[in-house]
Design a binder for this molecule. Structure first.
Ligand code: UDP
Ligand code: MG
Length: 139
């Protein structure tokens, strides 16, 4: 069963480059409703837990440093088929391979600094959203 919700982060590079507005415009113009949103910053332990599945990968240390170096925008988004449609909207992990018009194609610099996160399953969307937002912050 799909929950029709996904979780996203506009990563530190997006905030640093002044791309919050441009990315949110793409997201809302693509039919996603913002259900919850905040500017926040991951701690080292937050980032290590969030990306625990990648802990043995060579890029893990660099990924944690990147994701903790400044504020992010965390948000929960709602749309039919949200998880899959949002992964399509953001494009491939490597912006060099991301389709024309996708968020990573437009706003990302590299495979490591790739502008946005999108949940990869309904289960992870629920876990990731609940990590950042209480029930009274979800609309
Ligand atoms: N990443 C990286 N180098 C790589 C692959 C991934 O630095 O070779 C980073 C990148 O920021 C990516 C994150 O690790 O978004 C999580 O990787 P994943 O394969 O889950 O990609 P995503 O689901 O974000 O497309
Ligand atoms: Mg992933």
């Amino acid at each position: 069963m799909t929950t029709n919700k996904t979780f996203t982060m506009l990563k530190p590079d997006s905030v640093e480059k002044g791309n919050i507005g441009g990315i949110l415009e793409k997201i809302t113009a693509s039919g996603f409703r913002i259900v919850a949103m905040k500017l926040t910053q991951l701690t080292k332990s937050d980032a290590e837990a969030f990306y625990a599945v990648h802990s043995e990968r060579p890029f893990f240390g660099e990924l944690v440093t990147y994701m903790t170096r400044g504020p992010i925008v965390a948000a929960i988004l709602e749309k039919d088929n949200a998880v899959e449609d949002f992964r399509t909207l953001i494009g491939a992990t490597n912006p060099a391979e991301a389709a024309e018009g996708t968020i990573r194609n437009m706003f990302a610099d590299s495979i490591s600094e790739n502008a946005v996160h999108g949940s990869d399953s309904d289960e992870n969307a629920a876990i990731e959203g609940a990590f950042h937002f209480s029930g009274r912050e979800m609309f």
